[in-house]
Design a protein around this ligand. Sequence first.
Ligand SMILES: *[C@@H]1O[C@H](CO)[C@@H](O)[C@H](O)[C@H]1NC(C)=O
Ligand SMILES: *[C@@H]1O[C@H](CO)[C@@H](O)[C@H](O)[C@H]1NC(C)=O
Ligand SMILES: *[C@@H]1O[C@H](CO)[C@@H](O)[C@H](O)[C@H]1NC(C)=O
Ligand SMILES: *[C@@H]1O[C@H](CO)[C@@H](O)[C@H](O)[C@H]1NC(C)=O
Ligand SMILES: *[C@@H]1O[C@H](CO)[C@@H](O)[C@H](O)[C@H]1NC(C)=O
Ligand SMILES: *[C@@H]1O[C@H](CO)[C@@H](O)[C@H](O)[C@H]1NC(C)=O
Ligand SMILES: *[C@@H]1O[C@H](CO)[C@@H](O)[C@H](O)[C@H]1NC(C)=O
Length: 317
Amino acid sequence: MNFRRKRIALGVFLLLTWLCFWFSYKIFRNLLYEDYPLTDPDLVNITIAKDSVCQSGTKFAIAIHSAINNTALRQGIRETWGNSSHHGIPVVFIVGLNDNKDVHDLISLEHSTHGDLVVGDFVDTYRNLTWKHVISLKWFITYCPSANFLFKFDDDIFVQPKKLVSYIESIENKFEKPNILCDTVHSAEVHRNKKSKWYVSRKQYRRKFYPTYCNGYAIIYPRNAVNLLLHTSKETQFFWIDDVFFTGLLAAKSNIPRFTEPIFIAPSHAFNLTKINETRLDSNATEIFNKRPVGPTQVREASVLYRLWEIVNNDQI
Ligand SMILES: *[C@@H]1O[C@H](CO)[C@@H](O)[C@H](O)[C@H]1NC(C)=O
Ligand SMILES: *[C@@H]1O[C@H](CO)[C@@H](O)[C@H](O)[C@H]1NC(C)=O
Ligand SMILES: *[C@@H]1O[C@H](CO)[C@@H](O)[C@H](O)[C@H]1NC(C)=O
Ligand SMILES: *[C@@H]1O[C@H](CO)[C@@H](O)[C@H](O)[C@H]1NC(C)=O
Ligand SMILES: *[C@@H]1O[C@H](CO)[C@@H](O)[C@H](O)[C@H]1NC(C)=O
Ligand SMILES: *[C@@H]1O[C@H](CO)[C@@H](O)[C@H](O)[C@H]1NC(C)=O
Ligand SMILES: *[C@@H]1O[C@H](CO)[C@@H](O)[C@H](O)[C@H]1NC(C)=O
């Protein structure tokens, strides 16, 4: 009898201890992290896209993530390096939605003129860039069934697709297993200053540094990597910085290496044309493109795209 009572007391004690730990854990966890939904690709869908953009048999496809209002940059790209009739590679611009009716009408008009927009059903904002990336990968998988490579660019990039393609073909064996080519960023510190555009709270991301990830302006994805990433995203909490999310957190979780090549990226300010005025641009561009013919270069304005296009065409670089 006594023995039985002791057993019950012990049981109750253990149960209470366990409950106590469990609640503390819950409270503690809540203080430390915020719960974000899983990044299920089914939560966003493509509302506008032309399904004939990717002709059957194409091996490469270009998806340019574009801010909805960057109409001039999109037109600049269409008229320069993004013109498919020059290189035969399908090119689309990935955008989101906007409440503003005028903006929506302009986007519809732009699509009916050029047929190269892919519109996802998310609000086109900075904090929704990860959804833009999801749409981009989904577009590639569903609308480009024959393509082996997705080139993901931002809309402020100048690049020479033909040169990039011959380069990729020369190192194609590196992509037999999932592998991502880009400008890798190592040990980037998380921005904790609330005024920063890239501010991330400790609740959103706990660690001090991000894992190795790809600078998002230019990413070369083989198809096998895209499939894996979309699969892994379903089991991973949403994080809004899209390049960190896809090429850092998800790639690491999926065991996909990220690598860079000197010819692809020369991480030097000399090659950043964002702030170069026209005089310097002319005197520098030839040298830049001779050193790094396939490298994507950041520009800020459409005018720089036209100038660079003239330079690479006139000088046969
Ligand atoms: C997106 O499409 C999938 C598959 O057709 C569907 O299951 C899902 O409900 C859709 N999501 C939204 C937000 O409409
Ligand atoms: C785009 O421009 C429209 C109209 O000028 C504005 O209402 C909207 O907020 C802008 N969107 C973004 C993402 O900047
Ligand atoms: C693309 O190039 C072709 C052939 O040079 C030209 O006819 C067409 O107008 C160009 N497209 C744009 C948007 O500039
Ligand atoms: C992101 O898009 C979703 C719809 O997919 C929308 O509900 C949400 O408000 C958007 N977030 C922002 C910050 O615009
Ligand atoms: C180029 O310079 C601009 C402005 O200084 C900066 O925001 C951008 O990150 C730089 N790009 C690269 C690839 O270094
Ligand atoms: C452009 O840059 C060059 C070289 O840095 C400088 O000499 C020139 O004054 C600049 N021109 C303008 C219009 O800013
Ligand atoms: C660009 O031009 C300036 C002078 O015009 C020169 O000092 C600089 O080294 C050049 N940079 C490159 C990358 O060619």
